[in-house]
Ligand binder design. Sequence first.
Ligand code: MEV
Length: 432
Amino acid sequence: MSTSISGFSKLTKTEKIDWIVSNYLSNSTTAKDTITQYFNSNQKLQQLHDEFIENTISNYYLPLGVAPNFVINGKTYAIPMAIEESSVVAAASKAAKFWMERGGFKTTVISTTKIGQVHFMYSGEEKMLQAFFNTVKPKLIADTKSITANMEKRGGGILDIELRTKTNDLDNYYQIHATFETLDAMGANFINSCLEQFAKTFKAEAEIQLDNDIDIVMSILSNYVPECLVRAEVSCKIEALADKGIDPETFANKFAQAVTIAEVEPYRAVTHNKGIMNGIDAVVLATGNDFRAVEAGVHAYASKNGKYTSLTHAKIEDGIFSFWIEIPLALGTVGGLTSLHPLVKVALNILGNPTAKELMQIVAVAGLAQNFAALRSLTTTGIQEGHMKMHLMNILNQFDATKTEKENIINHFKTNTVTHSAVVSQIEKLRQ
Ligand code: MEV
């Protein structure tokens, strides 16, 4: 049944849907209805979404939720989160409220430098190359003036470029390693444009000034941004951790142990960090940023010392419990999707139209809060109690429960443990 096609991108949207439905989907009427029911009746909005990517056939919805009561450096935020996982927004809101009552989150942006590289091969003498680079460096920068003018006006631009020898890793391999300040832009287009111009000038000048050829392999930003770093933390007296029958001393110790386990044990660290990314990705996505770039950079950072480890840390010292995260985040609040997607604009409005630096702090807090909520559940009640409570609605929806059935069953599970089979048998009982 499955088949290939040439010129798919040239078909109209309806033709694309018809082709997909008739070649790949057996129940074609239902499938077509499912695809088309997500179209937006606002033509302009639909066209905007159609044109974000190639070959759009429909819209893929994710819930946009809000976690209120985040106090960050004394200012209160409601944080928008786009995510499908049932318990994430609830957990974030709970952690926000908990820390609101204990002084809130404190954050600092440590650095904002971004990185890009021109990768090239050169088989001549390294000394000659270094001398050539030193001569050509001012021209490399001068030739990017038309690209950097606006960014420079606002106080950003190219910070430095240097030649890096990589021949120990790979024969003949060198880089132009460049650092950038991109202010409120994530900066991918800016950085890549500068790099491609460096490569052009470098190659052209090398042809005139160098005996051996330079072979440009590629010019691209790095999503590893260990010098674009933000820190978020919470702390309070151990006694202040007391909450709903939890002994604060036992809780603090167990919590710190759970963090240490993630620091020393990669299997646990991955899941621990996944929980952090539940919070981070949701805000990154809601604010129109590139969560794949953030994910790649964050996990590389988690392995920067050669072993994958926890992104968060905790300590108990002089009766004070502290818990913090330090992560690299390359984010933008201008350009890209931030000025295109109407809901992204709303999300940024909800956050008070933050600068990129402010957004770095908000996102780091969302990650820390999420990790706090997860470890709090894991080290006390276990994760399933809260998770299954939130998942209950998904099960009810799978069974097309009516409003009355939902109310009845939610009420029943206020005092009973939610499991998939318990919910199913409750639905069946109700329907008999
Ligand atoms: C689930 O999405 C995230 C957790 O597994 C995180 C963790 O284990 O710390 C609960």
